[in-house]
Design a protein around this ligand. Structure first.
Ligand SMILES: Nc1nc2c(ncn2[C@@H]2O[C@H](COP(=O)(O)OP(=O)(O)OP(=O)(O)O)[C@@H](O)[C@H]2O)c(=O)[nH]1
Ligand SMILES: [Mg+2]
Ligand SMILES: [Zn+2]
Length: 385
C-alpha cells in the first residue's frame, strides 16, 4: 500500500552552494526519502539554502525496507485527474510534441521537477517516451509533461561524455548502412548491435544502395551477420530490391531507423510509403559530408502497419556505459568459447590458452569481429573513428 508523504528535494546541484561536506542529493540517492526528510538535516542549513529546495508530495511504499534505495522518478506524484497519457513523437530543443491517447497533438515543455531529478538534467524526454501531460487549458495546443514512464526498449549512445537516448520504447532497431557513399563500416554495425542488445531492442541490419555495387563481393559481410543470427537485408531504393522485405519487418511493431547520414534512411521510408514525402538529400552521393538532411527524430505511423522513428544521421556512434568485462557476452559468437579459456577472468586479449583467440585462428570467429572486440575493449570514452 502507498500513502502520500511530504519530502524535500534539491534543485539541480549546480544551482546550489554546498554549505557542508555532506551533499544532500547524494544522501537522498543512497538513503532514500527518509534520509532527506529528517528534520535534523534541515535545521543545520541557512534559510537561503532551504529556499532552494521544494516540498513535493510523494507516494511512499510502506512495505519498502527502511533505508532501501528509492528511484527518484518514483517519488514523483501527479494528480492524474488533470493529466492525459500520451507519447512523445518529436523533440525540438526544449519543446516536445506529444500525441495524447485521446487524439490531440500538444506542444509541451517539461515540468521543472522532472529536470531537477534527472541526473544533471540530461535525457529528460526522448522520442517514443510514454508521458503524462497536463494540458494548458481547453482548446490550447500547449501542455506540460508531468511524468515520464519507465522506458522499455532504448537505443542510446555516448555523446560528449553523456548518455544520449536516441529513441525509447521501440521493439526493433533497423541498423541502416550503405555499401558505398558512405562506405560500409562493419565496426559501426558491431557497436549498434551491442547497443541494441543492451537496450533490449531487436536489431535488424539493412545494407542499402545495392545498385551501386556488385553485391557478390560483399557476400562475406551479409553471410557473417546472417550466420550470427541477425536478420540482414540488402536493399536499393533505386531499383526497389529488398524494400518489401523491410516493409514486412516494420509491420511487426515499433522500429527505429538509425545509421550514418546519407545512407538512405528517409529514402527507404519513402520507398515503403511514398505518401510520407520525407525530406531526402537532393544530390545523390557522398560529397557534402556532415550535412544532415533529417534534423530531428520523428515517430511516424505507417499505413502498411507498424510505427517507425526516422532519426538524423549520426556522425559518431559510441557505446555508453559498457564495461570492458561485459563485452565478451555481447559478442554472441564468443559465448560458447568463453568457458573453455584457461583463466576464468580471461579478457581474451593477451592471455595464453584463450579459447576465443583459438577460435579466431581456426576461423570459427571472424577476425573482423574480434578486432571490433579489441577496439572496444581498449577504447577510451572520447575516442571515435
Ligand atoms: N544509388 C542510390 N542512392 C540512394 C539510395 N537510397 C538513397 N539514395 C540517395 O542517398 C542520398 C541520401 O539519402 P537520404 O534518404 O536523405 O539519407 P538519410 O540516411 O536519411 O540521411 P540523413 O537524413 O542525413 O541522416 C539521397 O540523395 C538519396 O537519393 C539507393 O538505394 N541507391
Ligand atoms: Mg534522413
Ligand atoms: Zn579467453
Amino acid at each position: 500500500m502507498s500513502k502520500k508523504r511530504k519530502i524535500r528535494v534539491d534543485f539541480k546541484k549546480n544551482r546550489q552552494k554546498r554549505t557542508r561536506a555532506g551533499d544532500l542529493t547524494s544522501r537522498f540517492h543512497s538513503q532514500g526519502a527518509s534520509g532527506v526528510d529528517s528534520t535534523s538535516s534541515e535545521r543545520v542549513r541557512a534559510k537561503g539554502d532551504l529556499s532552494r529546495r521544494r516540498t513535493i508530495l510523494s507516494d511512499v511504499d510502506e512495505n519498502a525496507a527502511a533505508g532501501s534505495r528509492v528511484d527518484p522518478a518514483s517519488l514523483l506524484s501527479i494528480d492524474l485527474s488533470e493529466c492525459v497519457p500520451g507519447r512523445v513523437v518529436r523533440v525540438h530543443g526544449l519543446e516536445s510534441i506529444v500525441e495524447t491517447d485521446d487524439g490531440r497533438s500538444l506542444r509541451c515543455g517539461v515540468r521543472r521537477l522532472l529536470k531537477t531529478i534527472a541526473i544533471d538534467g540530461r535525457g529528460v524526454v526522448a522520442v517514443g517516451d510514454r508521458v503524462w501531460v497536463k494540458p494548458a487549458g481547453p482548446g490550447s495546443d500547449q501542455g506540460q509533461i508531468e511524468n515520464v514512464e519507465t522506458r522499455k526498449g532504448v537505443v542510446t549512445r555516448g555523446y560528449r561524455r553523456r548518455e544520449h537516448i536516441i529513441v525509447s520504447n521501440v521493439d526493433q532497431l533497423l541498423i541502416v548502412c550503405s555499401f558505398v557513399e558512405p562506405d560500409l563500416k562493419p565496426a559501426l554495425i558491431d557497436r549498434y548491435l551491442i547497443s541494441a542488445e543492451r537496450g533490449n531492442v531487436r536489431p535488424i541490419i539493412v545494407i542499402n544502395k545495392a545498385d551501386l555495387v556488385d553485391v557478390s563481393s560483399y557476400q562475406w559481410v551479409i553471410g557473417l551477420y546472417s550466420q550470427l543470427g541477425y536478420e540482414t537485408i540488402t536493399t536499393s531504393t533505386a531499383d526497389g530490391r529488398g524494400v518489401d522485405r523491410v516493409k514486412g519487418v516494420l509491420a511487426r511493431g515499433v522500429t527505429a531507423l538509425s545509421g550514418q547520414s546519407g545512407v538512405g534512411k528517409s529514402s527507404l521510408l519513402n520507398a515503403i510509403e511514398p505518401g510520407l514525402k520525407l525530406k531526402v538529400r537532393e544530390v545523390s552521393g557522398w560529397t557534402s559530408k556532415g550535412k544532415h538532411t533529417t534534423t530531428f527524430a520523428e515517430l511516424i505511423k505507417l499505413e502498411s502497419g507498424g510505427r517507425v522513428v526516422d532519426t538524423p544521421g549520426l556522425r559518431q556512434f559510441e557505446l555508453w556505459g559498457v564495461d570492458p568485462g561485459e563485452l565478451e557476452g555481447l559478442f554472441v559468437e564468443f559465448r560458447p568459447f568463453i568457458p573453455l579459456c584457461r583463466f576464468p577472468d580471461c579478457s581474451h586479449t593477451h592471455e595464453t590458452a584463450c579459447a576465443v583467440k583459438d577460435a579466431v585462428s581456426l576461423g570459427l570467429i571472424h577476425i573482423g569481429r574480434y578486432e571490433s572486440y579489441l577496439k572496444l575493449y581498449f577504447r577510451r570514452p572520447e575516442e571515435s573513428d
